[in-house]
Each structure stands twice: as structure tokens, then as C-alpha cells.
Design a protein around this ligand. Structure first.
Ligand SMILES: CC(C)(COP(=O)(O)OP(=O)(O)OC[C@H]1O[C@@H](n2cnc3c(N)ncnc32)[C@H](O)[C@@H]1OP(=O)(O)O)[C@@H](O)C(=O)NCCC(=O)NCCSC(=O)c1cc(O)c2ccccc2c1O
Length: 298
């Protein structure tokens, strides 16, 4: 029979084993020479990529070029086998992102250098959802309008205590009736999502936490350390498990495209098995496949 003290000790050991200690070692970001952009920054270290919207003079509002660069940077992190987790953030302490740059909004979208109008942030949203690595939004200051939807799309959100969240669409003559509405409702519930869009209020970090819009709130000074710690924790886990789980979380929301994503992971895993390879080998060796040796599992 356990004494009370040994029982407490064993429970403590168990809970410590389940909750890794915070790893607050400093991280030494490097900026690869071939990843230089105008509107964003790209850094990497310890299997983590950090992508920063770098337009603090407009609270990190995006223009078509910003979005093009973000798409390129996310593609880079997606394809880099050294990268396991991606952080999306904004430069400075005042804003994560304030959405589309209203100064260059035209009649049909946001004007690029050639005068062509885009809503290309929608492409970026799909990219962040479908790339098979966790994406963490690291938020200081405002996440507003299209910037608010960007953090919503990310898999996790870590907010500093100065963060503020909200939609402005109906006030500035815009709306995101795609993930901006549907995913918002799935995240915070239908009534709250309608409140966010219909009243265009701002919410502080604690309110965002209370409604399930963010995962945690930390002091501003600890924002990057905590975010990096979460990324380090994810990087210690099975990349395949995280990959399949991410697609599973998308599957019902994204309909057949979501099932396709999840199913693609099943196919990729099947290709790694002897059973999957027997079919290919038989074809290449011009013989009938022998699937008889593989178990019919219950
Ligand atoms: C974000 C704020 C709440 C910050 O307020 P604060 O008081 O801290 O700062 P200022 O207001 O003084 O701003 C400083 C400086 O930045 C400029 N600025 C800020 N945001 C933007 C912006 N989005 N575009 C352009 N410029 C911006 C501001 O003018 C100041 O410049 P000065 O020269 O005067 O110093 C507050 O700034 C704010 O509310 N900003 C606007 C937020 C907003 O309405 N965003 C657009 C929403 S619509 C959208 O994002 C959107 C984009 C898409 O691509 C879509 C695609 C498809 C469907 C829907 C989309 C969509 O809705």
C-alpha cells in the first residue's frame, strides 16, 4: 500500500512527465541569403521558420506583393525538410496585421504595381490550412480585418497581453464570407462569430482566450520565448502524426477537398509499406502481383 507522500510524489512525477518543462533557451535566428524579401522577413533556427510581415508603418497591412511574398515564404518552409513548425508574426509590438492595405484598394481588390487588382490573401489562407506542418500565429498588438482572419487560419495562436482582435469589414465596406465567417463560427460558436462580424468590436487578449479564439495569453516580453517553446515541443513529436492530424482537423470543414488532403496522407503512408510496393514492383518486373502474403487484418 502506498503512503500518502509516495502517492503525491508519484502523481507529481506523472504530471511532470506529461508536461515538458518550459524550454526558455534563447533562439538564434538566421536569415538565409536566398530568402530576402521586400515586405516580409524570413528567419529559421532549430527546425522552426519564422515569417514576419514587415510593414509596421501601416500596422503590417498587406498589399498584393506582401501576400505574394508570404506565399513564397510559406512554400519555402513547406518544402524544406529541415522545417517542422512555422511561426507567422508581425514586425514590432503594435500589430500582427491590420488586413488589406486600404490605400491601394481599388474597385475589385487590392492594386499591385501593374494596377491589377487582387484578393490573393484567399490563396494564402488555403495554403496555410493545407500545408502539412503546424503554423503558429504569434500576436502582439492588433490582429484586425484580414489580419484577424489570417491568425484564425493558423493552427495555434499565442497572444501577448497587449493583443487586440476584431473584424472591420462591414465598417470599411468589405467582408470575408469564406473561412472568415465559417471557420470563425466553428472556432468561437455561431452567436459569437456573428457578434464579431455584425458589431465590428475589438476584443482584448483575455476576451479572445475566453471565447477560444487564441490558445494562450502571455506577457508581451515573453511572447517569442513561449511561442518558440511551443514550437520546440511540437518538433519533438511525430511529424507524421501532426501532419495527419492537421489534415483531419480540416477534413469536415473543407468537404471533399479536405477528405482528399487526409486521404493523400493515407496513400503516402501506404506507399511506404511492402504491400503498397508489391504492386509497383510487380508492374515493373512484368509479373502478377502477390498480395497473398499480406494479412487481412480484422
Ligand atoms: C489597426 C488599427 C486598429 C490600429 O489603430 P492605431 O490607432 O494603433 O493606429 P492608426 O490607425 O493610427 O494606424 C497607424 C497608421 O497605419 C495606417 N493603417 C493602419 N491600418 C491600415 C490598413 N489596413 N491599410 C492602410 N493603412 C493602414 C493608418 O492609416 C496610419 O497611417 P498614418 O499615415 O495616418 O500614420 C487601425 O489602424 C485600423 O483599424 N486599421 C484598419 C483596419 C481595416 O479596416 N483593415 C481592412 C479590413 S478589410 C480586409 O482586410 C480584407 C482584405 C482582403 O484581402 C480580403 C479578401 C477577400 C475578402 C475579404 C477581405 C478583407 O476583408
Amino acid at each position: 500500500m502506498h503512503s500518502e507522500a509516495s502517492q503525491v510524489a508519484s502523481e507529481t512525477m506523472q504530471s511532470t512527465a506529461n508536461r515538458p518543462e518550459t524550454d526558455s533557451r534563447p533562439i538564434h535566428w538566421e536569415a538565409p541569403a536566398d530568402a530576402r524579401y521586400q515586405d516580409i522577413l524570413y528567419h529559421q533556427a532549430e527546425h522552426i521558420a519564422k515569417i514576419t510581415i514587415n510593414r509596421p508603418e501601416v500596422r503590417n497591412a498587406f498589399r498584393p506583393q506582401t501576400v505574394r511574398e508570404l506565399i513564397d515564404a510559406f512554400h519555402r518552409a513547406h518544402m524544406d525538410p529541415e522545417i517542422g513548425v512555422i511561426i507567422l508574426t508581425g514586425a514590432g509590438e503594435l500589430a500582427f496585421c491590420s488586413g488589406g492595405d486600404q490605400r491601394i484598394r481599388g474597385h475589385e481588390g487590392y492594386k499591385d504595381e501593374a494596377g491589377v487588382e487582387h484578393l490573393n490573401v484567399l490563396e494564402l489562407q488555403r495554403q496555410i490550412r493545407t500545408l502539412p506542418k503546424p503554423v503558429v500565429a504569434m500576436i502582439a498588438g492588433y490582429a484586425i480585418g484580414g489580419g484577424h482572419v489570417l491568425h484564425l487560419i493558423c493552427d495555434l495562436t499565442i497572444a501577448a497581453d497587449n493583443a487586440r482582435f476584431g473584424q472591420t469589414g462591414p465598417r470599411v465596406g468589405s467582408f470575408d464570407a469564406g473561412f472568415g465567417a465559417g471557420l470563425m463560427a466553428r472556432t468561437v460558436g455561431l452567436k459569437k462569430a456573428k457578434e464579431i462580424w455584425f458589431l465590428c468590436r475589438q476584443y482584448d487578449a483575455q476576451e479572445a482566450l475566453d471565447m477560444g479564439l487564441v490558445n494562450t495569453v502571455v506577457p508581451l516580453a515573453e511572447l517569442e520565448a513561449v511561442t518558440v517553446d511551443w514550437c520546440r515541443q511540437m518538433n519533438r513529436l511525430s511529424p507524421t502524426a501532426l501532419r495527419v492530424l492537421k489534415s483531419a482537423f480540416n477534413a469536415d470543414t473543407d468537404g471533399l477537398a479536405g477528405i482528399q488532403e487526409l486521404a493523400g496522407n493515407a496513400t503516402a503512408l501506404f506507399y511506404t509499406t511492402e504491400e503498397g510496393q508489391e504492386g509497383r514492383n510487380a508492374f515493373l518486373e512484368k509479373r502478377a502481383p502477390d498480395f497473398g502474403r499480406f494479412p487481412r487484418r480484422p
